[in-house]
Structures are given as structure tokens and as C-alpha cells.
Ligand binder design. Structure first.
Ligand code: APR
Length: 319
């Protein structure tokens, strides 16, 4: 049986997700959007590329939750993206309302799905989605860390003139300006980044600039695009999570997951390394962070907690 993957939101990220999923033949794709024409049009356009690209999956578009029923995976991008000058947090009120509708829709039709949330502000929206839907916490996860890590690795690869595949790193914490690049877990061709700094291959100041650019990586793209936010790299990151679940690859991926004491925090979603397999989030990996990383991680969680407080004021049912 082919798997069924529903994409709630058929905008920039939703359309790119559909294309990548079709090219990888991960399963049949249902594009859902409140604007049904967008969903149907993109589904048809991508389907018409199947003779050229040789994939064999079914693509359809809808605005009826009934058509999404019994999905194996649901990826949510429904919501409003940023405009230049906005932070992700500015999207809170409007996207909370949208995510409530989405949760109502999917809990009736696909109660067993693995749900990946991409809508911003990510850590709060994924948490609200879990609360509104009542889905198990290991089946609701947010996409951010893979994207942030990918941006950091890309910038390092450009700086050092080394292929991205030879670089390993992780960016953890909240998906905002407080995100934390874990330099202690950053390795270039098997060597710790600190050693490269000692050897003079990269100056500490330059490394700091790259960390800062990573934190503002999304805003840099919003500024260029003017009318929306990044979509190719976010979609690629979401697909990696879906694939690890569908194929039980048990990949270690940085994702926004529910913390229940791990890293010293409880009852909050934030970016940490997890294992994704056929049971969903199968494990949270606890890294040994150094003192500075711990401090920055705690600061990042604090900003997620502050935003959560704002969300609870908007909707007391989140308390
Ligand atoms: N149900 C389903 N779809 C909805 C709903 C809803 N209640 N409300 C809005 N949408 C749809 C819009 O019609 C639009 O097609 O969500 C889509 C969002 O697409 P874009 O505006 O192109 O936004 P995109 O760039 O894909 O980003 C989506 O992901 O990364 C985040 O910050 C980003 O929150 C934003 C989200």
C-alpha cells in the first residue's frame, strides 16, 4: 500500500513539499488549502511533470478534510509567512487561530498520523497543535533545527571551501533569534571547529559572524523576497523528517520536540536532537553541552516560555 501524505497549506512551502515528495515517491500526496484552487492547481501541475520525471504517485488538491482521511503523515504549513521587518513572533495571534482549525480538522480524520509542523512561530505553534489535537506528543513534532543547522553548515562550507557533506553540526533551542549553534558538536572533516580556530583556518570573530548570520538566516531571505519567506530549504528539511518516519530510518535529527525533563526543561517544545522512526519521535538525545551552550540553551528556552505566556493570554485554553 502506498503511503498517504497530506500537506495542510499549499502555499510556497506546501507546493515545494509536494514536488519533493513526488520526486522521491514517498507516497500519494493530498494538498489541502482554504484556497482550493491553489491546492488543485499545484497538484495538477506537479502531476503533469510525472511523465518527464518518471515518478508514480497520485497528487490531488482539496479544501475538504474528508479527502485527507487516514493520512500516514501530515505536514502543516497553513498560516501566514513573515513580511520584511516582522519577526516570527509577530505571526503568533493569526497563526494560532489557523492552527486551531487545522487541529480540529485532522484529529477527526487522521488520528494516527505523524504530524510535522512548520508554521511559525514554530515552537509555540507545534505545542498548540499538540494541545488542540490531543495527538500523542511523540507524534507531533516541529521542523526548525534541520533548517537552522543546514543554514549554518552551508555558511561554514562556503567559508571553508569544504563540501557540506563533510561538515556536521547542530543548531538547537527555539526557532528564533535565540537559537544556539552547538560549536562543541561542530566537526569539519572529523575535526572539532575549535581546532580549526586554533590552527588559524577560521578566525573566532568570523565564526561568530557566521553564527549570527545563521540566527538571522530566515530574515535575510525575507528581506530579499519581500513578499514571503524561505521555502526551498524549509521544505527539504520537512521531507527529511517525513522520510525518516515513513521508512523507519531512525535518523538523528534536530527537531522541535516535547521536553519532559530532558536538558532540565519540562512541558515545553524546543529544538533538540531526536531519533525519528516508525514510532515517531523514538528518543530525545541528550548531548553533553558545555557551560556556555547550556547558558545559551536556557536563554533560548526562556524566550520560548515568554512567547508561550503571550499565547496563553491570547487563548487561555492553552494553559
Ligand atoms: N487551513 C489551510 N490552509 C490555510 C489556512 C487554513 N486555516 N489558512 C491559511 N492557509 C494557507 C494559505 O491559503 C496559503 O496558501 O496556508 C498557505 C500558506 O502559504 P504561504 O503564504 O505561501 O506561506 P509559506 O511560505 O508556505 O509559509 C507557511 O510556514 O515557515 C512558516 O513562517 C512560515 O508560518 C509560515 C508557514
Amino acid at each position: 500500500m502506498k503511503k498517504k501524505i497530506t500537506l495542510i497549506g499549499a502555499g510556497q512551502i506546501g507546493g515545494t513539499l509536494a514536488h519533493l515528495i513526488a520526486l522521491k515517491e514517498l507516497g500519494d500526496v493530498v494538498l489541502f488549502d482554504v484556497a482550493p484552487g491553489i491546492a488543485k492547481g499545484k497538484a495538477l501541475d506537479i502531476a503533469q511533470s510525472s511523465p518527464v520525471n518518471g515518478f508514480n504517485v497520485n497528487l490531488s488538491g482539496t479544501n475538504e478534510y474528508e479527502d485527507t482521511k487516514n493520512s500516514d503523515v501530515i505536514i502543516i504549513t497553513a498560516g501566514v509567512p513573515r513580511k520584511p521587518g516582522m519577526t516570527r513572533d509577530d505571526l503568533l495571534e493569526i497563526n494560532l487561530k489557523i492552527i486551531k482549525q487545522v487541529a480540529e480538522g485532522i484529529k477527526k480524520t487522521s488520528p494516527n498520523a505523524f504530524v510535522i509542523c512548520i508554521t511559525n512561530p514554530l515552537d509555540i505553534i507545534v505545542m498548540a497543535l499538540q494541545k488542540y489535537s490531543g495527538f500523542p506528543k511523540n507524534k507531533v513534532v516541529g521542523m526548525a533545527g534541520i533548517l537552522d543547522s543546514s543554514r549554518f553548515i552551508y555558511f561554514l562550507s562556503q567559508e571553508l571551501n569544504i563540501p557540506p557533506k563533510k561538515i556536521r553540526s547542530l543548531v538547537l533551542g527555539g526557532h528564533g533569534d535565540s537559537m544556539v549553534a552547538i560549536l562543541g558538536s561542530t566537526e569539519i572533516e572529523g575535526k572539532k571547529i575549535d581546532e580549526l580556530v586554533k590552527e588559524g583556518r577560521i578566525k573566532k570573530e568570523r565564526l561568530n559572524e557566521i553564527v549570527e548570520r545563521t540566527k538571522k538566516g530566515g530574515a535575510e531571505i525575507v528581506k530579499y523576497l519581500e513578499k514571503g519567506s524561505a521555502f526551498y530549504a524549509p521544505a527539504a528539511s520537512g521531507v527529511e523528517m517525513a522520510e525518516s518516519y515513513l521508512k523507519d530510518l531512525k535518523k538523528e535529527l534536530p527537531c522541535a520536540a516535547y521536553l519532559n525533563g530532558e536538558y532540565g526543561f519540562k512541558e515545553i517544545y524546543a529544538g533538540v536532537p531526536v531519533v525519528i522512526g516508525s514510532k515517531g519521535v523514538e528518543k530525545i538525545i541528550e548531548l553533553n553541552l558545555n557551560e556556555e551552550e547550556k547558558k545559551n540553551f536556557a536563554k533560548s528556552i526562556k524566550s520560548v516560555q515568554n512567547l508561550l505566556d503571550s499565547a496563553k493570554k491570547i487563548d487561555p485554553s492553552l494553559i
